[in-house]
Design a protein around this ligand. Structure first.
Ligand code: F6P
Length: 521
């Protein structure tokens, strides 16, 4: 394992503290632009498929250098290389984290260690089989509805991507995503579909997740009750637990490996609904876009490495400025599930309070990630972004060229995005009282030329690596999620108590609610 150094134990951290006290805390974006006409060029980066304007962030060139020094001193490069060499960077589960291998082309993989080359051949074996299956489903006119049953990483990535890539989707079929155990979701879908026309994809890495298995069992019961017979044709499993899928009665299964974390799995068999929706070639483009970002992350110097620079801003804002959240503001309706996807990616990865060795951390980690498609957000919570008592960095995501033929709309949409970023920074200094806006509120502007499979792949990989670098700096394991286990265990026990009414030994609130829920009146 590589020499990682927790960020707060490096000399660079102490230096940043000093800089924050002397000039960081009071940095004024308006003055910074006046003082440096080259600021936009200096603080923007073009990386594969993504242009990033970082110039409206609370940094200047010397601060950026010191932040980059923090990445260097914390051993981020060595940690990154360890991940790309297949080391078990997920230490608490003793696993590698090799989602990047899922988008590694076979050609040019000569530099990989022999063990990884063998894994890569398996990856491509499953990919080819899954894409051939996706193509067969696309050509099967009798299948009009594809229902993905999965939750968390087995839902959010594919759902987000199918929505984002709508322009490329085969709309002769409908795509449904059932995730919650709330029966409204499944029953609403079942009302719309017929067994002979429906393909159910049971997506679960573990094939044990309560919500997914409950939904899958109910879907199977509905299918047989409606006269459906051919489970092999109408059910397909996407899982790393192939045996459990077979026991469930599913014979068509696409597998993946324990080194693919759930929230990093949309590139694996979990991506099947995306592959059916956009087709094999486009799915390969999605992988290629992500691979291009992997290459950028691996090869670009830290100063020009976008995942690294974004992660450093996360640390700067969370640990020095004390900002507690980041708002994601997509200016493209296709990206309307992006925030939900990023919430899992970032908060399940870096929402940790101990370091890799289990020691309590003396500083805060993941910010709260939140937001809505921003054209709507502007008429809702943007008020708080401009005049609220908290400073909340905003991440704008805009797309230059769009597919629809309403250019006036797009023009207005982009103008609004630019105006919001400008208003956050400039504020309204000369107005008093209720109209006063302090300004100097930071934002990042990410710009895609077009929203295509390749650019979406690159954007998602950018976020994955940014989360990795932030976790690396904070000294945490970004690949486990022990925090979600307790609730699962308690839910099992409470399910039994809800049935029996036994509230003995429960805390007063849970007992009171349980009794109220059982009360027949
Ligand atoms: O409960 C959290 C979690 O384990 C996520 O990490 C994961 O993406 C989700 O549940 C679904 O897990 P699975 O794919 O095994 O059903």
């Amino acid at each position: 394992m590589t020499a990682r150094q927790r960020c707060d134990r490096t000399p660079a951290w102490a230096r940043l503290r000093e800089l924050y006290d002397t000039c960081g805390r009071t940095l004024d974006l308006r003055r910074a632009f006046e003082a440096d006409p080259g600021r936009f060029e200096r603080l923007s980066l073009q990386v594969p498929h993504v242009f990033a304007d970082l110039s409206k962030n609370l940094i200047d060139a010397p601060l950026q250098q010191s932040l980059t020094e923090l990445a260097r001193a914390s051993g981020v490069q060595a940690h990154r290389d360890a991940m790309f060499q297949g080391e078990h960077v997920n230490r608490t589960e003793d696993r590698a984290a090799m989602h990047w291998l899922l988008r590694q082309p076979l050609q040019g993989a000569g530099g990989l260690a022999p063990a990884l080359q063998a894994e890569l051949r398996q990856v491509h074996g499953v990919l080819d089989a899954m894409l051939a299956y996706a193509q067969a489903v696309r050509e099967d006119a009798a299948i009009t509805d594809v229902v993905n049953i999965g939750i968390g990483g087995s839902d959010l990535g594919p759902q987000m991507a199918v929505l984002a890539l709508d322009e490329f989707v085969d709309h002769r079929k409908r795509y449904h995503f059932v995730s919650s155990v709330d029966g409204h979701e499944l029953s609403a879908v079942l009302r719309q579909v017929r067994p002979e026309n429906t393909l159910f994809l049971v997506a679960s890495k573990s094939f044990t997740t309560l919500e997914t298995m409950t939904n899958a069992r109910s879907a199977r019961a509905w299918f047989t009750a409606q006269g459906g017979r051919d489970i092999a044709r109408h059910f397909c499993a996407l899982t790393s637990n192939v045996q459990a899928a077979a026991e469930f009665g599913i014979t068509t299964t696409f597998g993946f490996w324990d080194w693919v974390g759930g929230r990093y799995s949309m590139w694996s068999a979990i991506g099947l609904p995306v592959a059916i929706a956009i087709g094999p070639q486009r799915f390969r483009e999605l992988l290629a876009g992500a691979h291009a970002m992997d290459q950028h992350f691996l090869g670009a110097p830290l100063e020009q490495n976008l995942p690294v620079q974004l992660a450093l801003l996360d640390v700067w804002y969370r640990n020095f400025h004390g900002f507690t959240s980041r708002s994601v503001a997509p200016y493209h309706s296709g990206l309307r599930r992006m925030q939900a996807y990023l919430q899992q990616l970032e908060m399940e990865s870096n929402g940790k309070r101990v370091d890799e060795s289990g020691q309590a951390l003396p500083y805060a980690t993941s910010p709260v990630i939140w937001g809505e498609p921003a054209a709507n957000g502007q008429h809702a919570y943007f008020q708080m972004l401009h005049q609220g008592s908290d400073v909340i960095p905003v991440e704008f995501i805009a797309v230059k060229k769009v597919a629809h033929d309403l250019p006036e709309h797009h023009h207005k949409l982009l103008a609004n995005g630019l105006a919001q970023a400008q208003a956050l920074m400039l504020g309204q200094q000369d107005a008093g009282g209720h109209r006063h806006m302090p300004g100097n509120r930071p934002s990042t502007f990410l710009l895609l030329e077009e929203l295509t499979p390749a650019s979406l792949g690159a954007l998602i990989a950018l976020y994955e690596h940014r989360v990795f670098v932030a976790g690396s700096l904070w000294g945490i394991n970004s690949f486990d999620q022990w925090g979600v286990e307790l609730g699962k265990v308690l839910a099992k026990a409470i399910e039994l108590r809800l049935a029996s009414g036994d509230a003995a030994g429960l805390d007063g609130s849970t007992a009171g609610l349980l009794q109220r829920l059982r009360d027949p009146r």
